[in-house]
Design a protein around this ligand. Structure first.
Ligand code: KIV
Ligand code: NA
Length: 263
């Protein structure tokens, strides 16, 4: 299979071809996901919870993401890999450049950072230095101590308008992909229409250009799964078929359904 690029993802958006992405943290799952047709993998700082057993993503370090990025890259040599920049690793544009280099050298094709328009200078600086940036708006788990928990974001008009403004500012600064987490479907649809870049949703309804799931949520491993999660393994019976079912249900607009979304 030909390695996928950001240009292909933009084409998917134009063609209204919905695409499924998933997290992975090691080579064996990365290989399995790639073999079943996953073309974009996120090495998420969710590994703080799923791998390390922490109660938030805050303890995760750049070195740990680099280690898991190397593992995933070995298993999925042709897959588009996005690596999360951990908490405080992009506090300034200079720190972002230093730490993004470590993740790109570990095998990432793109880095992901959480936050609004305060990141414009960072995105510009990274872009000028050939590091593509994925944004992350809505529920941004690194901000859990400010948000006061893992809650749906953008439910009132003021915060919804702010999110739209932030998304546009980040796109204008050079952001090339956006993850929207836990926002009402109508807001996610509006952002997806406003932006030229592909929007990947999680708990954001099924109007976004793509979907992402934490692999443990998709395989029924998470003890108390979030509302938007679906256990594809329960239905499919084995991991290979579960991943193919996830991809197919995203492509056909079956997943996420109403019961996985917020209004
Ligand atoms: O860390 C992660 O897995 C993520 C996804 C939930 C988008 O950021
Ligand atoms: Na993350």
């Amino acid at each position: 299979m030909k390695p996928i690029s950001l240009a292909d993802l933009s084409q998917f958006k134009k063609d209204k071809h919905k695409f499924a992405t998933i997290t992975a943290y090691d080579s064996s799952f990365a290989q399995l996901f790639a073999e079943q047709g996953i073309q974009v993998i996120l090495v998420g700082d969710s590994l703080g919870m799923t791998i390390q057993g922490e109660s938030s993503t805050l303890p995760v370090t750049v070195e740990q993401i680099a280690y898991h990025t190397r593992c995933v890259r070995k298993g999925a040599p042709d897959t588009f890999i996005i690596s999360d920049m951990p908490f405080m690793s992009y506090a300034t544009p200079e720190q972002a450049c230093h730490n993004a280099a470590i993740l790109m050298q570990a095998g990432a094709n793109m880095v992901k950072i959480e936050g609004g328009s305060w990141l414009c200078d960072t995105i510009k600086m990274l872009g000028e230095r050939s590091v593509p940036v994925c944004g992350h708006l809505g529920l941004t788990p690194q901000a859990v101590n400010v948000l006061g928990g893992y809650k749906v974001q953008g439910r009132d008009e003021v915060t919804a308008n702010q999110l739209v403004k932030d998304a546009i500012a980040l796109e204008n600064a050079g952001m090339q992909l956006l993850v929207l987490e836990c926002v009402p479907t109508s807001l996610a649809n509006h952002v997806t229409e406003e932006l030229l870049l592909p929007v990947i949703g999680i708990g954001a309804g099924n109007g976004t250009d793509g979907q992402i799931l934490v692999m443990q949520d998709a395989l029924g491993i998470t003890a108390r799964p979030p509302k938007f999660a679906k256990n594809f393994l329960a239905q499919a019976g084995n991991i290979h078929d579960a991943v193919r079912m996830y991809i197919q249900e995203v492509e056909e607009g079956i997943y996420p359904g109403e019961s996985h979304s917020f209004s």
